[in-house]
Design a protein around this ligand. Structure first.
Ligand SMILES: CC(=O)SCCNC(=O)CCNC(=O)[C@H](O)C(C)(C)COP(=O)(O)OP(=O)(O)OC[C@H]1O[C@@H](n2cnc3c(N)ncnc32)[C@H](O)[C@@H]1OP(=O)(O)O
Ligand SMILES: CC(=O)C(=O)O
Ligand SMILES: [Mg+2]
Length: 353
């Protein structure tokens, strides 16, 4: 491990100084597009006006014969399109693939000043981040990039989950993490073919009715679906938060099931994620709704802060006990609402700022 004294030193002569604090602009959804798909690129200015982050995907879902067109298309997007305040990210190919070196070299040297964050898939341990960290510094120095490009790790293997804390702390470039339920399910040999969400087979069940010391036959037992992702998402949130990074839920693959998508996103929001991926335009609106704090919660949080400006002591507000801890929860809610209200006039009005 590097000396703590060297942690914030650039890893190449001429590379920009690493950031000391990860920026947190609106980040409710990372919208995926394929830059080799002309239709998607044509719509990108409109899509970007709706989304907080747009991401040119180069990895899974881009077939082998379109890897180079997707990379070149993204370079064109970076050079030619004005995306306003919407962030431009990419997901490069996996570190064990033959494409990733060209992905990183081309993107940083061609549009390194336009790219905010590079998502690295299938990160397994801090060694993967160290590799990317040094290479990015060399490329930034070569290309004269002034602002360090941040790194986002995709958590989607059992080993990655086991090493999540070390990954989060591996570099000052670490911006955040996303949770990848599809590859993670495969890596763990989970028996599901879904991309995120619950499963009707993963349930808890009420106790049986007993008569004369015997289980009553033919009875209906109450079952409730459980969340198979809870443990890993919560670990990711803790690892990110303790290192000042932003945690995101990843994709929800059943595009038509907008209700279940909203439920998956909301579970992630409640656990501490700042956003989720949108794979299809319909999911942008779902993420916007879910990851903007509910108006009634924000109004209540404002009321608490107004009533107890310093958070001290114990109080009753609307029948609920309030103290330093609830005051801090209210600060989280109001700070997020204020940040989003700056971007979104409708939210600003609804929140009463
Ligand atoms: C496990 C993982 O790694 S997840 C990440 C990798 N996967 C991805 O990136 C997938 C990204 N999304 C997609 O490729 C597509 O949305 C698909 C394949 C899932 C569905 O695409 P379609 O069947 O074309 O969807 P649909 O017919 O509803 O599309 C409606 C319109 O939205 C457009 N559209 C669909 N997805 C997107 C998108 N991500 N961004 C912008 N526009 C899109 C379509 O081009 C179509 O446009 P049109 O009305 O002008 O013809
Ligand atoms: C997000 C992703 O890549 C996965 O679920 O595998
Ligand atoms: Mg994956």
């Amino acid at each position: 491990m590097r000396s703590p004294k060297d942690f914030f030193k650039p890893l190449c002569v001429g590379a920009p100084d690493p950031v000391r604090e990860i920026p947190f602009p609106p980040s409710r959804m990372i919208h995926f597009f394929d830059a080799s798909n002309e239709k998607m690129v044509a719509k990108l200015p409109d899509t970007a006006a709706q989304a907080d982050i747009v991401l040119g995907n180069l990895e899974d879902a881009v077939p082998v014969d379109r890897k180079v067109p997707a990379r070149e298309g993204l370079v064109k997007v970076g050079k030619e399109l004005d995306l306003g305040s919407t962030q431009l990210w990419t997901r490069v190919n996996a570190l064990d693939s033959p494409w990733v070196l060209d992905d990183l070299t081309t993107l940083v040297t061609e549009i390194g000043d336009k790219l905010d964050v590079i998502m690295v898939p299938k990160v397994e341990g801090p060694w993967d981040i160290h590799y990317v960290d040094r290479l990015l510094a060399q490329l930034e120095a070569k290309a004269g990039v002034k602002k360090p490009i941040l790194v986002h790790a995709l958590l989607e293997t059992a080993q990655g989950v086991a090493n999540v804390e070390e990954i989060a702390a591996a570099s000052p470039r670490m911006q955040g993490m996303s949770f990848g339920p599809a590859d993670l399910a495969a890596s763990r040999r989970m028996k599901t073919t879904r991309v995120g969400g619950g499963h009707p087979g993963y349930v808890s069940m009420s106790d049986p009715e007993i008569a004369d010391g015997q289980i009553v036959e033919g009875q209906t037992r109450i079952t409730a679906q459980q969340d198979p992702w809870h443990y890993s998402i919560a670990r990711m949130v803790d690892a990110c938060t303790m290192n000042g990074l932003l945690p995101f839920y990843g994709p929800f693959g059943d595009i038509k099931d907008v209700v279940a998508c909203e439920a998956q996103f909301r579970a992630a929001f409640l656990l501490g994620c700042v956003g989720a991926w949108s794979l299809h335009p319909v999911q942008i609106g779902i993420a916007k709704k879910v990851f903007s704090p509910p108006v009634d919660e924000v109004l209540f949080a404002k009321k608490v802060i107004e009533a107890i400006p310093d958070g001290a002591g114990v109080h009753m507000i609307d029948g609920k006990m309030q103290d330093d801890a609830t005051w801090k929860q209210c600060q989280v809610m109001v700070t997020l609402a204020e940040m989003l209200a700056e971007k979104d006039p409708e939210l600003k009005e609804a929140y009463g700022f």
